[in-house]
Design a protein around this ligand. Structure first.
Ligand SMILES: [Mg+2]
Length: 387
């Protein structure tokens, strides 16, 4: 055991230390993070990531960080609203409180206002990071311990031309990546099915391939794509229909030869359970910004594990090493990750840490330092901060 932790948990000093984790300040920091190149998906083109950072400081001088991407087409959260949610509703609930009572604080925040899962997520992540630093343990250890220490993230392909997707994918394959997600729902489904088969032919049978439509398809087009893309051997087709169309997803699941994954339609544990009950999904894309924090994400993953739903744990394009570290920590405690994981900090032209989380030979290792396991650069944050 870490000497400091052993000391803190051993005697009267431990109790006084533990009681001292009072939250002195909580700050909402909006940032605009430039991407290396634009990411295009159905209904959305992203040049810059408009994210909310939350910095929480304790009276004993520790700092915790949290991050959530704005996601107008997924959570409905826009950045000014996220800042207001923290400043006007969540910060007053946690300032002056003991961060070690994190479960109670998370519950208070969850009940303080409807939705706003992005703002709740950033606050919850920052408090858990703070607690991890205080106790000297990583986020994975705070939430039950790691089942694995390394992960193989998926790479998103979304070029306008299939030749460019193939060239990019082959380059990444050579670098060691083994899991790819195609962005579909943009062109005609027959063209996209042909492209998927072509990409599979070039990458071979050894890689995992899946497709995400980001709600960009009609029922007829989704069915056509699923039927014609069978040769591509896709692991799953993600969110072909609009998030409101649960009946359509259930109907499609009955006829689709490709298993369906839910993403935009899963905004809570309740919606996940409802989609499972109707047979609409065989797996779930879980994001911290949709679930509203670390603890609800762990809960959703446990539920998926119990129900036999596949898990795809993902960040929104694009989040910095702060949120990426949270995803990696959570990926290491997930009961199963059959449908993969993606972190998105590598899409950024500039990250918020001096030593960003890196994917080497297609593999990312869990940071072992306390909390999220990363060191945020205040100067980078200040440079990319929106006034
Ligand atoms: Mg998706």
């Amino acid at each position: 055991m870490d000497e400091t932790l052993a000391h803190r948990t051993a005697g009267p000093r431990a109790q006084s230390d533990a009681a001292s984790l009072r939250i002195a300040r909580i700050e909402a920091i909006p940032v605009a993070l430039p991407l290396r190149k634009p990411v295009v998906m159905a209904g959305e083109r992203i040049d810059r990531a408009y994210n909310l950072l939350v910095r929480v400081a304790s009276e004993n001088g520790l700092t915790g960080w949290g991050e959530a991407a704005s996601a107008p087409l997924m959570t409905g959260d826009v950045l000014p609203g996220m800042v207001a949610a923290v400043n006007d509703h969540l910060a007053p609930l946690v300032t002056g409180q003991d961060a070690l009572r994190r479960a109670e604080l998370a519950q208070r925040c969850a009940h303080a206002l409807l939705h706003n899962t992005g703002a709740k997520c950033a606050v919850d992540m920052a408090i858990n990071d703070l607690v991890g630093h205080h106790l000297g343990v990583s986020l994975a250890d705070l939430f039950g311990g790691s089942l694995r220490e390394t992960l193989q993230p998926m790479y998103l392909l979304g070029n306008p031309k299939v030749e460019d997707d193939i060239a990019e994918a082959k380059g990444k394959l050579d670098e060691g990546w083994s899991f790819f997600k195609l962005k579909i729902g943009i062109k005609h489904p027959l063209e996209e099915a042909r492209a998927a088969i072509e990409i599979r032919r070039h990458l071979g049978d050894g890689v995992a391939l899946c497709a995400d439509a980001n709600m960009g398809m009609t029922f007829a087009h989704a069915r056509l794509f699923a039927e014609r893309a069978q040769e591509a051997n896709l692991l799953f087709m993600e969110q072909p229909l609009h998030s409101d169309d649960a009946d359509g997803m259930a109907e499609l699941a009955r006829v689709s030869p490709i298993p369906l994954n839910g993403d935009e339609s899963i905004g809570s544990l309740a919606s996940l359970l409802s989609l499972h009950r109707s047979g609409a999904i065989q797996g779930a894309n879980i994001k911290t910004i949709k679930m509203g924090g670390i603890s609800p994400t762990v809960q959703a993953m446990s539920v998926c594990g119990a129900l036999g739903l596949r898990i795809n744990l993902a960040g929104k394009v694009a989040e910095s090493s702060i949120a990426a570290a949270a995803i990696v920590q959570l990926g290491c405690v997930a009961p199963n990750l059959d449908w993969g994981l993606n972190i998105t900090n590598h899409y950024l032209a500039e990250d918020l840490t001096d030593a960003p989380l890196t994917i080497e030979r297609g593999t990312v290792s869990r940071p072992r330092e306390p909390g999220l396991g990363i060191r945020v650069s205040e100067s980078r944050v200040n440079r990319l901060r929106l006034k």
